[in-house]
Design a protein around this ligand. Sequence first.
Ligand code: AVJ
Length: 326
Amino acid sequence: MARSPRPQGPTRLVFSGSVVPADSFREDVIAGLSLPQKALPPKYFYDANGSRLFEAICRLKEYYPTRSELALTRRHIGAIARFARKGCTLIEYGSGESLKSRLLIEALRPAAYVPVDISQEALRGAAAKLRRRFPWLLIQAVHGDFSQPLKIPMARTKGRRVVYFPGSTIGNLTPDEAQAFLRMTRGQVGPKGAMLVGVDLKKDANVLHAAYNDAKGVTAAFNMNLLARINRELRGDFDSRRFRHYAFYNATLGRIEMHLVSLVPQAASIGNHRFSFDAGESIHTENSYKYSIDGFRTLAGIAGFRGEKVWLDPKGLFSLHGLVAA
Ligand code: AVJ
């Protein structure tokens, strides 16, 4: 079949102005390392190197979430599209790779697609690809941080708004933060809106442990990259040979915790800020919360959504919730 010609008429790909706040990497790192339990926000994992390492994680045999979510999306694509309804405006938070969004757009045929991403390059790349693949689709790309209340310059389309938030990114938030985030999204989609959110399920702690302690050490490299980034961008002097990746499942709190553990007593500096470490002291770098189906529905309920549908992959490792405004 011949390639579709460029559509005539109105522009089908629009970039809204950036709504990303000024970068606060330095302030966030210094504040985090000044806490009694040192901590760093996981969003800083994703520089160019970190994004590459994360893609490598997604291909690891131990890391089931990516594969499971893709499998469940393929398996239930018809039902997922019926849930969202044809002609809706599909807003995707953290649109990054857009493989699953492609499946969804194909099945759903939304009136407009609004990818929101913090990475300008990822956004441009994905939007241009989708533009070629779906010439009929109105794409309104937004460079923004979806974790902040976001004014999306929305196309005036009639269809309902549906936020798509796959990848279990919501697991990085504490339950309280997740609730606030869901409430904000509920405000964004309005009283007739809906949300599709990917959530990793509680399961055998051994399976969870393996997923964050892979044999090739890719997850360790991903975690350690944060120190390399601090050294490079903030001219820090962290000695990466004296820190080690540590990840475990905290069953009480229902979350994987990732840490960077100091192997010896030591100090490291960023400018004139000096941070000392006891042997065994850690920097907490990430939480990845796991939810039961009912546990997540309860959380969504408090935030003004009703869990209407839920889909699982064949092995029952990962879930996609279809939430509607309550
Ligand atoms: C991108 C937040 C879903 O929590 O599993 C993978 C990030 N960290 N391996 C996750 C991650 C270590 C991932 N999320």
